[in-house]
Ligand binder design. Structure first.
Ligand SMILES: Cc1ncc(COP(=O)(O)O)c(C=O)c1O
Length: 331
């Protein structure tokens, strides 16, 4: 089964990770101590004090803590529709209200958030599922227009894939704002989704609140060591960004050439509207061994390796040919 539904990186982690994991084996009877070293490495990477960094078991853990901390019965979570599936799930888990507006956002976003009396505004950037990109400055401006009691969650799970990843205000500048929390993950470009490690960066007050809600030792020593080893190899993630961009363009070209409408993407996935021909593209692709993520009538397709793109395109061609044959066979 070709996994093009979960936005995983098509390649495993950089070579140094295996060595780091191996070196850890003699100490596995100890509780984890590595999150201090990882916290320090991330603080150094972004040039922020330690008290602005929180390590989590995936960025999902930090996002979950933000929901628990900043939403409540009269403090809704606000996000766009469609969005990362985990956001509505958290609303249901926490039993707190959710207010949504259609993607893409209009120019009155701050007014909508104020009207909703939201405690948390969750924005994935690049946006999941469309791959759309918002300059960081817009997110900082939004936070500036909201009261300190409304926290903006700037979810940057796919940031490393964006062409303009280095542009705009730094994470250090964003972390000066009293109501802006950024999350990052090692699950995507670092190729470590299976180990569950991510982090949050924000004002010390926000990080302190999240830390007070976190279960001790959620991040394993293996996850910390692997993340540290990957951080030590920045050339490898830069090469991954370039390769992803090339594959993303190749996949977009192949699909557009077959009648798919392809939204511009800054992530490691494409949001596409298939041409007519079959009622249920996701099911038909699954029948051919390719798993993609359906979003209403659209599909979110992970950018894979060149071989995975070729296999997906072959499955698409097979569906198009069989739907044409069926159509011709109709009376
Ligand atoms: C927008 C977004 N945020 C956060 C995550 C969670 O990533 P993780 O918990 O693996 O860090 C994902 C995972 O796909 C995602 O799509």
């Amino acid at each position: 089964m070709l996994r093009l539904h979960a936005n995983e990186h098509p390649q495993g982690p950089p070579a140094g990770v295996a060595e780091a994991l191996h070196a850890l084996v003699p100490d596995l009877h100890r509780y984890p101590t590595g999150d201090g070293a990882l916290q320090a490495a991330i603080a150094e990477l972004h040039d922020v004090p330690l008290n602005r960094v929180l390590i989590g078991a995936g960025s999902a853990e930090i996002i979950g803590l933000a929901w628990r901390a900043f939403t409540g019965p009269d403090r809704a979570a606000f996000f766009h529709e469609p969005e990362f599936d985990f956001y509505p799930m958290l609303g249901a888990q926490c039993g707190t209200p959710t207010v949504t507006r259609p993607w893409p956002p209009d120019e009155h976003l701050a007014d909508h958030v104020l009207q909703a009396r939201a405690g948390l505004v969750a924005l994935s950037n690049p946006h999941n599922p469309t791959g759309g990109w918002r300059p960081r400055q817009e997110i900082a401006d939004l936070a500036g227009r909201l009261p300190d009691t409304t926290v903006v969650l700037n979810d940057e799970a796919y940031h490393d894939y964006a062409d303009e990843a280095e542009a705009g205000p730094s994470l250090k500048a964003l972390s000066e704002l009293p109501n802006l929390l950024t999350t990052r993950t090692f699950s995507k470009i670092h190729g470590l989704a299976g180990l569950r490690v991510g982090y949050g960066i924000g004002h010390a007050r926000l990080i302190g609140v999240l830390r007070s809600l976190q279960t001790p030792f959620t991040v394993s020593s293996a996850a910390c060591s692997a993340a540290l080893a990957s951080l030590a190899d920045p050339a490898s993630w830069k090469a991954r960004r370039t390769r992803n961009r090339e594959q993303r363009e190749a996949l977009a070209g192949e699909l557009a050439g077959r009648g798919f409408e392809v939204a511009p993407s800054q992530a490691n996935f494409l949001y596409v509207r298939p041409p007519h021909g079959t009622a249920d593209w996701a099911a038909d692709l699954l029948d051919r061994g390719v798993r993609v993520h359906p979003v209403g009538a659209a599909l979110r397709v992970t950018v894979g390796s060149a071989a995975e793109t070729a296999a997906l395109v072959a499955a698409v061609d097979d569906i198009l040919i069989s739907s044409r044959t069926q159509h011709l066979g109709e009376p």
